[in-house]
Design a protein around this ligand. Structure first.
Ligand code: SAM
Length: 940
């Protein structure tokens, strides 16, 4: 949990009296002290400046502040001034003075931007171990936040006094059954006039409503849903819509002054009403409703579902209007809206997608390094809470991440503390994680941000292994958790000397990241000649769709997976319609079975859509080329460039390209190894692709001579391995192969055809990395290395038992070791990818924006060669996080471990610190990573 430190100035508002808020005089003084430091900014022009000479009053003057708060000074004093002063503005917000807020005519997010730009936000951590993950939250006033937890507790946190109060959850009628796997309070919503608070009940299927500000229980809304409520939204002060995991949507009416006389039970706890929904509707195309929004302008309810669809409903009738699939299919879990711009933002595993509220078309895709878990708009500023404890800020106006000092503004939360019941599992797994930010909320001044959550993985199923857990004392366990091994980077002496002699920090020989990559001019010209024949709106849309489809492409579903999915959907459909077939006549039964079958086919098609291979023909090959040539080229260029640096002795003469498509590999290889090649051998099953590749080499004009030759095109992989090639490449092709067995066969075949170096590259998506990891494990096993191989789709039978051991293999890049990949896990791999920026094909636009491409790859060399000049230097596997006097680098090290090193000028020498600050994701760091002796443990 993180909380931005900021003291209240005032709480005289009698709305808060019941909450025991005291006016804090010391608070005024501390504000004054703080403001004094900023004197230089805080001069505010006085209104009675009649003689034209500028007379300034200081808002930082404590007396002035107090006079203002006490009402002695009229807010109109400032109102005519239209001050653009940030302290004026922020102080006005803090003291909740509407007149002064109006005076500072700045957008609401101004203060937030200012705080971020000047790195003024500081974290305050609330260490409470008695709550499991926090899923939802709301500010009740400027001192208290209410939050809901996975362990089904509703808690009010006083952020000034660091105290929590448990609010009793409201029980449903005795006959209401609990869902199979109750999972806490996922939503808390306050109505527009702040008189009612709605949240999940004691039974997570039901809604509980409390009166504000007293938090008296008022209603339990029940009998709408059969599974947890995931989200709810107020339509106005009385009407509420809730969405559930069972894909149903319910409309409720809750009045804050119920007619019936309120009873007091014997325990003096006010009794509350049990009420039914006005309407319940099923969202036809949804699988598990995850988030709900109310769009006041269009009077529509927008629903986000876990099968990657967004749906619109009429808010009056709850009739479904239409649904649209989302471009990214994994973990679409949060939704937010910006009504002025008519946009929705959807957070998924790897992106935030910005959608038009009317058409639901995607307008922009914001890539994110980690899973997006919470989203909110503060005017034009989109705040993104991620799965690894980061808060990022995306500027909707500029369509880029907010920056400070030329770097992305990011807030990183501390690790938090552990719920006792989960500690032992985590200790056992030695799992290192940051807490996911499941919820974040700005206070009304938009200058404080409450964030909360917990570790991303679901509760591990290891309870039973630790039945003696209670024998440990809690504090002992927490101490164990905190003795995390700390590492430091010892930069190589030779490199230190080079820096002393004037070598630029970014010029060291581990540097691998490249600047923005452009297509060679001849290739761009040829591609534009081809595209010119197709220009048109439909073509542009097809290009956009192809771009998204390719990145979303999943590994084809294995037969067991299809069977499993079919059974799962079949069971769900039967459970939903609740029809007992035995009680029906034959005709009725046939009708129900046919209906269920249609539903099954539809759902299965949706579920497996991204698993299907993309089919290429004349037209779709050109569409693919337009969408993917520049990013594919940039990724390959960057990989080849790295090989040239890593293996200066490698000078390939022959090239074998599997799944050669439009021939990107040939072009990229020729830009890196300038001597050219004696032979190119391209295998692509699609003859139209081969034709297009040839046409590009002819400069886009048929019958012209090819730029590089001889190029041999084949549709099938030659079975014989008698001819080997210096450089063998499979780029972005493995996901098109129908199953694991065939993929393994292809990789084995390619390895046999390799004389020297084999490159396997895929998109930096989860599926792409899984395919690369599969290839990595296979070749290491083929060459006698003992690696643990997990395969996502085929965990039991890896097909590896049949493979023959061959010559030795060494990984050239990106791994600095030939050991088991530290990113692979039995639950599926955690991404290892890299990024390159590229100039897209202009394709009608004058100022096409620079694109970013993520890719995963592995480069093997035959034999036991070492790379002596790199000495096992670690690889930077995530973006380097820098803040004032600190650089956090995440390394994959030569001992096969992932290590995080926090490099500051106080715990490292100046060369290491500066070198870390200028290093980039993908670079080799010229240092050895060693454990830091405990006595050198400095506070960071
Ligand atoms: C996504 S494209 C990649 C093109 C190219 N490597 C690039 O980097 O731009 C994948 C290519 O693999 C080809 N392909 C799919 N299955 C194949 C197979 N079994 N044998 C050969 N080529 C195949 C497809 O026809 C398609 O052209």
């Amino acid at each position: 949990m993180a909380f931005v430190k900021k003291r209240r100035i005032d709480a005289t508002d009698n709305r808060y009296n019941h909450l025991n808020v005291t006016i804090n005089k010391r608070g005024h003084e501390s504000v004054a002290r703080r403001c004094k430091r900023q004197l230089i900014f805080t001069q505010i022009k006085s209104k009675d400046n009649s003689n034209g000479i500028k007379d300034f009053k200081l808002l930082s003057d404590p007396k002035w502040v107090e006079r203002f708060i006490s009402g002695e000074i009229d807010s109109s004093y400032y109102a005519s001034d239209n001050s653009q002063n940030v302290v004026d503005f922020m102080s006005s917000r803090s003291i909740d003075n509407k007149g002064l807020q109006k005076a500072a005519q700045l957008p609401q997010e101004f203060g937030t931007r200012h705080l971020l730009a000047n790195k003024l936000l500081r974290e305050k951590h609330f260490p409470f171990e008695s709550f499991n993950k926090v899923f939802s939250s709301q500010w009740l006033n400027d001192q208290q936040v209410v939050f809901g937890t996975k362990c089904n507790k509703l808690v009010v946190l006083d952020v000034l006094k660091n105290k929590t109060h448990l609010i009793p959850t409201l029980k449903s009628s005795p006959n209401r059954s609990f869902p199979d796997n109750p999972c806490g309070i996922h939503a808390i919503e306050i109505n527009p006039s702040r008189t009612l608070l709605a949240t999940g009940g004691h039974n997570p299927k039901d809604v509980a409503v409390y009166r504000l500000p007293t938090l008296d229980p008022l209603y339990v809304g029940e009998r709408a849903h059969d599974d947890w409520i995931f989200d709810m939204k107020w339509l106005d002060d009385q009407f509420l819509v809730s969405g559930s995991r069972d894909s149903s949507l319910a409309l409720w009416r809750f009045e804050d002054n119920p007619q019936e006389k309120r009873q007091m039970s014997a325990s003096m706890v006010p009794e509350y009403f049990h009420t039914k929904p006005l309407l319940v509707k099923e969202c036809r195309t949804a699988e598990k409703i995850r988030a709900v929004l109310y769009n006041q302008k269009s009077e529509e309810v927008a629903i986000l579902s876990l099968n990657a669809h967004i749906h619109l409903f009429d808010s009056q009738t709850l009739n479904q209007k239409f649904s649209k699939p989302l471009p990214f299919c994994l973990e679409n879990v949060c939704l937010s809206q910006q009504s002025d711009r008519n946009i929705y933002a959807v957070g998924s595993k790897s992106h935030v997608t910005i959608l038009d509220t009317n058409t639901l078309n995607s307008i922009h895709k914001v890539s994110s390094n980690s899973q997006v878990r919470s989203l909110s708009f503060c005017n034009e500023l989109l705040t993104i809470g991620t799965g690894d404890g980061l808060v990022m800020f995306f500027d909707i106006r500029a369509m880029k991440y907010l920056e400070s000092d030329g770097r992305q503004s990011i807030l990183k939360t501390s690790k938090g503390c552990f719920y006792p019941e989960e500690i032992f599992n985590d200790l056992y797994l030695q799992y290192e994680y940051s807490p996911a930010i499941y919820t974040h909320q700005y206070d009304s001044s938009k200058t404080r941000l409450f964030t909360a959550g917990g570790p991303l993985p679901a509760v591990y199923n290891y309870y039973h292994l630790f039945s003696n857990a209670n024998h440990y004392h809690k504090s002992q366990v927490l101490r164990l958790m905190s003795t995390k091994v700390k590492f430091m980077a010892n930069i190589e002496e030779e490199v230190q000397n080079q820096f002393e002699e004037g070598l630029k920090y970014r010029g060291h020989c581990g540097r691998r990241s490249v600047t923005t990559v452009s297509l060679p001019s001849k290739l761009e010209l040829a591609a534009n000649r081809v595209i010119n024949k197709y220009n048109g709106k439909a073509f542009k849309e097809d290009v956009r769709d192809m771009f998204e489809r390719v990145f979303d492409h999943q590994l084809p579903a294995e037969p067991q997976e299809v069977l499993h999915k079919t059974q799962e959907i079949r069971d769900r459909i039967a459970a939903k319609d609740k029809i007992d077939l035995k009680s029906l006549s034959i005709e009725e039964r046939d009708e129900v079975i046919a209906k269920r079958q249609r539903k099954l086919e539809r759902s299965l098609k949706d579920a497996l859509l991204n698993h299907q291979p993309i089919e290429y023909n004349d037209y779709s090959s050109v569409v693919y080329m337009t969408a993917r040539l520049p990013p594919n080229y940039a990724a390959l260029h960057s990989i080849f460039n790295e090989i040239r640096k890593d293996l200066p002795d490698f000078s390939p003469r022959t090239l074998f390209d599997f799944g050669s498509g439009v021939g990107t590999t040939i072009w990229a290889a020729n830009q890196v190894w300038l001597k050219g090649f004696d032979e190119y051998f391209c295998v692509d099953i699609c003859s139209e692709m081969n034709e297009l590749s040839r046409l590009l080499l002819q400069g886009g004009e048929e019958h012209k001579k090819m730029l590089y030759d001889p190029v041999f095109y084949r549709q099938y992989l030659p079975v014989s391995h008698t001819i080997q090639y210096d450089l063998v490449v499979s780029a972005f092709s493995l996901l098109d192969i129908p199953d694991a067995k065939n993929r393994i066969h292809v990789i084995e075949n390619l390895w046999h055809k390799t004389q020297d170096v084999l490159v396997v590259a895929e998109h930096g998506s989860r599926a792409g990395f899984a395919a690369v990891l599969e290839a990595r494990n296979l070749i290491l096993q083929l060459s006698g290395h003992n690696v643990t191989a997990h395969f996502v789709h085929n965990p039991n039978n890896t097909h590896l038992s049949t493979v023959q051991h061959t010559t030795d293999a060494t990984i050239v890049a990106p791994c600095p070791h030939d050991l088991t990949c530290p990113r692979q896990s039995s639950k599926g791999p955690v991404l290892c990818n890299f990024e390159v920026t590229y100039n897209p094909l202009r394709f009608g636009q004058q100022n096409a924006v620079v694109g970013k491409e993520r890719y995963s790859y592995v480069v093997f060399r035959k034999g036991k060669q070492q790379q002596p000049e790199l000495k096992g230097w670690p690889r930077i596997v995530q973006p380097v996080l820098t803040s004032r006097r600190k650089a956090i680098c995440r390394f994959c090290c030569s001992d096969g471990q992932l290590k995080e090193v926090i490099i500051t000028p106080s715990n490292h020498d100046r060369h290491t610190y500066r070198c870390a600050r200028t290093s980039r994701w993908g670079d080799r760091f010229p240092a050895q990573i060693v454990e830091r002796p405990p006595n050198e443990d400095t506070v960071e």
